[in-house]
Design a protein around this ligand. Sequence first.
Ligand code: CAA
Length: 270
Amino acid sequence: MADVTTEGTRPDAAMPSPERLAEAGLRFEVDGPVATLTLNRPERRNALTFTTWHTMAAVGDALPPQVRVVVVRGEGPSFCAGIDLAMFTGQGGGFPDGADPEATDTFIAGLQAGYLWLRRPDIVSIAAVHGHAIGGGFQLALSCDLRVVADDAKFCMKEPALGIVPDLTGTKPLVEIVGVAKALHLCLTTRTVLADEAERLGLAEVLVARDGLDAAVADLTTALLAVDHHTATATKRLLHQAAENTLAQQAAAERHEQRALLRRLSELTP
Ligand code: CAA
């Protein structure tokens, strides 16, 4: 995917404080190679504010380098109800009106940065989705590499009903997963996709009963961590190029990644 960010953790970046995370409706925990980012405004169904997106971007910038798997989950009855509707009013600061194209572009790019880092090749991101995943919440699930979905999940791309396009980097993975026609159907009818259909469409790598969600995420995490980190990073980098490369380019990319891994294996072998 062309939009895969190749940047990793920035050496000068500081992890947001627990107070800043709480203000953004987030919780962030690291346990060895596994980080968990929890949307933590259950009383607002984990609706996202501009501060949430900016703080998520800061978490990505300061991600501890030992982290290999990032789990994104939601507290309470819903994964995420999308944008906090107060953001459309003066109360939440309001969106730029588009009159200054450059300022509007920069503003939206700042929100997109909250999700883009989840595609970094050195991590695998997992969305643990239960309940509603609406608008920006659906796009957050799409921004993750893998989706583990509970049987009560409900996906809805609500943006067009509000007069806007989905602009939080979700349209590319949506089209890659379901194809243009189905993506158009989902977006322009703003219909809700239930868990069974999500699995059929390829939006869920794993579908489980609601009370099995955490265990399924833990099992998947264990499986992912069983693969060597360099190998996992090279594989993700390779797979993300495949759709846009010609066969010859992709074959060359395979050779390039393999050369480095073979060199490393030979150095490790006594
Ligand atoms: N923004 C702000 N508050 C929200 C919210 C949102 N997106 N979603 C829910 N809430 C609030 C409700 O107003 C309610 O507050 P009160 O207790 O003060 O009344 C509280 O959260 C609980 O909500 P419900 O009682 O409605 O809970 P529910 O479980 O019955 O329903 C829901 C959950 C289906 C998510 C429903 O709340 C809902 O439809 N919310 C709106 C979803 C929406 O339209 N989101 C915008 C999508 S578009 C987008 O996201 C664009 C973008 O990225 C730029």
